[in-house]
Design a protein around this ligand. Structure first.
Ligand SMILES: Nc1ncnc2c1ncn2[C@@H]1O[C@H](COP(=O)(O)OP(=O)(O)OP(=O)(O)O)[C@@H](O)[C@H]1O
Length: 239
């Protein structure tokens, strides 16, 4: 799908309503698109419905009326969860190997990518360790590596910054930039608004399960009636 901006839309979402019980929708009327190379920030207070939005577009909620299109050429998308999910009895390397098999990567590409990611995240020395003994930040890095390994068209990232040290944050942002230059689209939910303000092209702000503002920082400032304000101040006003 092409848009006026010339970049193709790699993720096109409209959620009429979705929730955990049929009688109780938690989010309603949320729609957005993410284009090739773009980073869309999904922001909102605790309990606003960010994770529910992500679970809905991933098809994980039973009670959902939605339209979701992943339009990339490889059809591949990676989900990087907020809470690390891993197998207790597989080492970091075995996790990477398993993910590569699931993604259908050939062994040479897998080795090249895995070695590069281990180096970039400073995890080479623990690659044969079980993740149960990793710190919170190391577990988070493992989730990021598993996501980056597949070089998907679309990244869906749920709060990546909590637990990462400044160096890991920088490494993560650099990799994300490289992926966007390659043409990947990114949807990222986060509470770290000063970073979001710097890195996101556009935002969708949700509160109590509904979109309250969307667009560039200029659009968000206009919605909040706060010209020149920070994303943090706009958030405070709009939510
Ligand atoms: N598994 C669940 N079962 C029932 N209700 C849930 C479940 N997970 C979330 N909710 C409810 O759905 C609403 C939206 O929660 P959600 O987790 O999407 O918020 P969030 O914006 O991601 O919040 P946070 O910033 O705290 O992570 C909340 O009212 C929450 O209580």
């Amino acid at each position: 799908m092409e848009t006026g901006s010339g970049e193709s839309v790699l993720l096109d979402v409209y959620i009429e309503e979705a929730g955990y019980e049929e009688s109780h929708p938690r989010i309603r009327d949320i729609g957005f698109q993410v284009r090739a190379g773009e980073l869309l920030g999904l922001i909102g207070p605790n309990g606003a419905g960010k994770s529910t939005t992500i679970k809905t577009l991933l098809g994980l909620l039973k009670h959902a009326k939605t339209r979701v299109n992943f339009n990339g050429s490889s059809g591949r998308h990676a989900y990087i969860p907020e809470q690390p999910v891993f197998h207790d009895d597989l080492t970091l390397w075995e996790h990477l190997d398993l993910a590569a098999a699931v993604y259908g990567l050939d062994y040479e590409s897998f080795r090249r990518q895995a070695d590069r990611l281990l180096r970039q995240f400073g995890m080479e020395e623990v690659k044969h360790d079980l993740p149960g003994g990793f710190s919170k930040g190391m577990k988070q890095k493992m989730m990021l590596m598993l996501g980056f390994l597949s070089e998907p068209d679309v990244y869906i990232v749920d709060e990546p910054f909590i637990g990462l040290d400044p160096r890991a944050t920088k490494d993560f942002l650099r990799l994300l930039d490289e992926e966007r230059s390659r043409g990947a689209a990114v949807l990222m939910s986060t509470h770290v608004l000063d970073t979001a303000e710097k890195i996101c092209d556009r935002f969708i702000m949700i509160s109590s399960g509904k979109a309250v503002a969307e667009g560039t920082l200029a659009d968000i400032r206009e919605s909040a009636g706060l010209p020149g304000a920070s994303l943090f101040d706009c958030f405070d006003t709009l939510t």
